[in-house]
Design a protein around this ligand. Sequence first.
Ligand code: SF4
Length: 62
Amino acid sequence: MNVRIEIDRNRCTTCKMCIKSCRYGVLEWLDNAPVMVNPHECAACLEYERNCEAEAIKNKVS
Ligand code: SF4
């Protein structure tokens, strides 16, 4: 499974809810945006996408 995220920086409010909601520690805050640092740990549960009220983060699985 190849997992990556896409961030819409125009929508992102920098609330960091995506990072707080990821129980697998996949996301970290870097350069004023969430980045995926442990993609191999991602279970594609989509919790960070669900918890983003701004709809700024999208999970792409291929
Ligand atoms: S939850 Fe959404 S708005 Fe908040 S920091 Fe993450 S991507 Fe940005």
